[in-house]
Design a protein around this ligand. Structure first.
Ligand code: FE2
Ligand code: FE2
Length: 348
């Protein structure tokens, strides 16, 4: 098992190590010590740091992150975590914040999330060494099938039936994308390369759910407003997880860029009432608009802990009724036109 780096005040260090006797910690008192530790040790899972206790300015922290010497989940302890969160935001990747004085339960939750993120990152890291030494697969892509399998297995442990949902959405993306491509509609162009990237990236659209507690994802009843807000975070967590060094295999980076587009767009709505950004119409990238239709159709037609499965015909009516408000009109029409293929896939 790996260790957690504590770059906090001696007092907080004592409190945290007492709170979590089952974890092992590295204690770090300066940025230079932190940097050398990150180079020397490869068993680090997460860094918990207090910028003030370390005497680090926000700007130098930005530099530290930009230099990518910290390619790990980071949990920042702060007196005013809301201000700091606004200033540093999610742009930098796997950063989360916790206010002081912290409570054990919240800190535990946040550590759990970071550790799950780290598990996903380790899978990607393993894939990185594989793809660096391998030629692209038959589709010209570098993403290893074994990596997808491992990710899907991991996601399934946190959310029942998620794996089949994710795999189906990938196949639906192939059907919908090929049809859109063949129609040559103005504003709806998709190159063959883009289509391949969309198909590979589609199963990653809910990857951020790894950071949402299983008790909420598999809750049989209706979610509270607070729980729903937490579930919505899976979009930003997903984007945060997919951070890769710029010198990675270019085609792989392009596919991950597509994955981020799909992640960000799959809960946006055509009329601007979606999340996380509330963007509307064609401001939502095409791949995101396509994923929205596919995702909702698959969610409707399959049983979830909190609802029964809807019949295919009913789901089609739902899509049509919400076309133009929730969904892109053109994409909905194309999806309806390929419904026989989609239905075949759902019953497989
Ligand atoms: Fe989602
Ligand atoms: Fe989904």
């Amino acid at each position: 098992m790996g260790k957690i780096v504590l770059s906090v005040s001696p007092r907080d260090e004592k409190t945290i190590s007492r709170m979590f006797p089952s974890f092992e910690f590295y204690s770090v008192a300066s940025v230079s010590h932190l940097q050398s530790l990150l180079i020397e040790q490869n068993d680090i899972l997460l860094v918990i740091m207090d910028l003030k206790a370390l005497g680090v300015e926000e700007n130098s922290f930005r530099e530290l992150i930009r230099s990518r010497s910290l390619n790990l989940p980071i949990l920042i302890l702060a007196d005013d975590e809301e201000k700091l969160e606004k200033d540093l935001s999610f742009d930098f990747g796997m950063i989360d914040f916790i206010g002081k004085p912290f409570d054990k339960w919240i800190l535990n939750e946040k550590i759990e999330v970071c550790l799950r993120m780290r598990t996903v990152m380790l899978i990607f890291e393993k894939d990185r060494s594989l793809r660096k030494n391998k030629r692209p697969n038959a589709n010209g892509n570098f993403f290893q099938e074994s990596t997808i399998n491992e990710l899907m297995d991991l996601l399934e442990t946190n959310n029942d039936n998620l794996m089949v949902h994710l795999r189906r959405t990938s196949r639906m993306m192939r059907i919908l994308g090929s049809k859109v491509q063949s129609l040559h509609l103005a504003g709806y162009g998709i190159s063959s390369k883009e289509l391949e990237r969309m198909v590979i990236a589609a199963p990653l659209h809910d990857i951020g759910k790894i950071c949402i507690p299983k008790s909420i994802l598999d809750k049989p009843g209706k979610l509270t407003a607070e729980e729903f807000n937490l579930v919505k975070q899976h979009v930003l967590y997903g984007v945060a997880i997919l951070q890769f060094p710029k010198d990675d295999v270019p085609e792989f980076l392009e596919t991950m860029k597509m994955a981020k587009v799909i992640i960000c767009g799959h809960h946006e709505r055509y009329d601007g009432s979606g999340y996380p950004y509330g963007i509307k119409g064609r401001d939502i990238p095409l791949a995101g608009r396509m994923m929205a239709v596919i995702d909702v159709y698959d969610a409707l037609t399959n049983e979830r802990p909190y609802k029964h499965a809807m019949r295919h015909e009913e789901a089609m009516e739902y899509l049509k009724a919400n076309s133009g408000s929730h969904f892109d009109l053109v994409i909905t029409d194309v999806f309806v036109s390929v419904q026989d293929q989609i239905l075949l896939l759902s019953v497989q």
